[in-house]
Each structure stands twice: as structure tokens, then as C-alpha cells.
Write a protein that binds this ligand. Structure first.
Ligand SMILES: Nc1ncnc2c1ncn2[C@@H]1O[C@H](COP(=O)(O)OP(=O)(O)O)[C@@H](O)[C@H]1O
Ligand SMILES: Nc1ncnc2c1ncn2[C@H]1C[C@H](O)[C@@H](COP(=O)(O)O)O1
Length: 222
């Protein structure tokens, strides 16, 4: 029996993976999708026309980048809907506004008028009854030291050149954000509680937790 049937995970489920940069979202997306035979929806980093420019000059490019990400994630959302679910998504749309845009605005690297324009657009597109929220958001959490060493190990030049204070600020904001998040059910997983890189089998306890969690939240809805 495959893991999806074994743990009673609906074929049409949509699961999004959230967490700070470098925590292991893409790796987890691949592992869960493979175990459940689900499709994946990834953030495209290499083809993003603004990301390098943004890291070189936050003030100049933060608005452009947020608009770009919003459009890309909305298109992915539409694709997931058209397929009828069965997807694991690498990063949620909620983090764009709740973490990134907010942080750049509050740190002074996005102007007030740009932030207002962006949040108005975001709310009109996402915070409506017509927008399908995921069945589950898996939040990956870990210590700042572990995350910094993962960012270093992955070695994206634009991230290496970014001051450590940026990742520190983001790490703190994530903790606050997830404690107040309520757009869909949340399952928190600590990155020290699994080891999918060296042992693929360790994904099974995670799938088991997902199954129980989805079952419980569906019972609560009844
Ligand atoms: N479970 C894990 N154990 C050890 N290293 C990991 C694990 N998950 C991810 N990594 C490593 O950490 C780095 C960042 O992972 P990635 O999945 O790209 O993070 P994200 O998508 O959250 O930015 C990569 O070098 C990846 O190989
Ligand atoms: N909304 C965003 N604003 C600024 N930067 C962002 C946003 N979403 C993603 N990013 C950056 C962070 C990383 O450098 C890359 C990819 O994210 P990752 O967490 O490694 O998947 O894009």
C-alpha cells in the first residue's frame, strides 16, 4: 500500500510548506511529493528577473519584486486549482505579505505608498472567499545557527553577500508570524526531528502526522 492510502491523505489535498529562507522547504516539498505521488509547485529562483537586483539594492527593487512574486504565486495557485489539487507547494503566498513586504516596509526599504499599493492588491486577490486556501500549512522551524549554515552550504551568491542581521530579523519575524497565522491549519515540524537527506524513510513519520492532522481538521469542520 502506498503512503497516501496508508495514512488516508485525500488525493486532492493541497499542502504548502512555509519557513524562513534556507530552512529546507524545497527539500521537504520534493520528499513529500514523492512519497504521496503529488505534483509540486516551486518558487523559480534562477529565472526571477528581480531577485539579484533586489539583493543588491532593496530600496530600488522591493516593490517590483513583490509584484513579481504575487503574480507568479497567483498563477501557480490557478494551476493547482485547475488540476483539482494533489499538490505540495514550496512556500505559501501568505509569507510574501506577512514576512517580506512587511519587513521591508518596517525597515524603510519599501515606501509607505508602495506598501499600501501592494497590500491592497494582495488583499483584493488573496484575502477573499474566492481564493482557495491550502488544506494544511507545514511550518518548518529550526535554530538560527542551523539555518545560517544551510544558507551557507547552498551557496547562492546573493544570499551570501547579505548581512547576517537580515536573516536574524527574518527568523524572529517568522516566529511571531506563525504564532498569529490563522488562514488555514498549521502543522509545525522542527528540522531536527527528521533526516530526509541521509535517510529517505524518515519521511514516513511526517506523512503519518500529515494524515492524522488532516483527518482531525476535517472532523472539526463537520
Ligand atoms: N533535512 C535536511 N537535512 C540537512 N540539510 C538539509 C535538509 N533540508 C535541506 N537541507 C539543505 O539546506 C539547504 C537549504 O535547503 P532548501 O530546501 O533549498 O531550503 P529552502 O527551500 O527553505 O530555502 C540546502 O543546501 C539543502 O540541501
Ligand atoms: N516575497 C519575497 N520577497 C523578497 N524575497 C523573497 C520573497 N520570496 C522569496 N524571496 C527570496 C528569498 C530567497 O532568497 C529566494 C528563494 O526563497 P527560499 O526560501 O530559498 O525558497 O527568494
Amino acid at each position: 500500500m502506498n503512503l497516501r492510502d496508508k495514512y488516508n491523505i485525500p488525493k486532492n489535498a493541497v499542502i504548502t510548506i512555509a519557513g524562513t529562507v534556507g530552512v529546507g522547504k524545497s527539500t521537504m516539498t520534493n520528499a513529500i511529493a514523492k512519497a504521496l505521488d503529488f505534483k509540486t509547485s516551486f518558487e523559480k529562483v534562477d529565472s526571477n528577473p528581480y531577485l539579484d537586483k533586489f539583493y543588491a539594492d532593496f530600496e530600488r527593487w522591493s516593490f517590483h519584486l513583490q509584484i513579481y512574486f504575487l503574480a507568479e504565486r497567483f498563477k501557480e495557485q490557478k494551476k493547482i486549482f485547475e488540476y483539482g489539487g494533489g499538490f505540495i507547494q514550496d512556500r505559501s503566498i501568505y509569507e510574501d505579505t506577512g514576512i517580506f513586504a512587511k519587513m521591508h516596509y518596517e525597515k524603510g526599504t519599501m515606501s509607505e505608498v508602495d506598501y499600501e499599493t501592494y497590500t491592497n492588491l494582495f488583499d483584493a486577490m488573496v484575502m477573499t472567499p474566492y481564493f482557495p486556501h491550502p488544506d494544511l500549512l507545514i511550518y518548518l522551524e529550526g535554530s538560527l545557527d542551523d539555518i545560517l549554515s544551510r544558507i551557507k552550504m547552498r551557496g547562492r551568491p546573493m544570499e551570501q553577500q547579505t548581512p547576517i542581521e537580515y536573516w536574524e530579523e527574518m527568523h524572529q519575524r517568522y516566529e511571531h508570524w506563525i504564532n498569529n497565522f490563522n488562514a488555514c491549519p498549521v502543522l509545525r515540524i522542527n528540522i531536527n526531528d527528521y533526516d530526509i537527506m541521509t535517510n529517505e524513510q524518515t519521511v514516513e513519520p511526517i506523512i503519518e502526522r500529515i494524515g492524522h492532522f488532516i483527518e482531525q481538521t476535517r472532523l472539526l469542520k463537520k
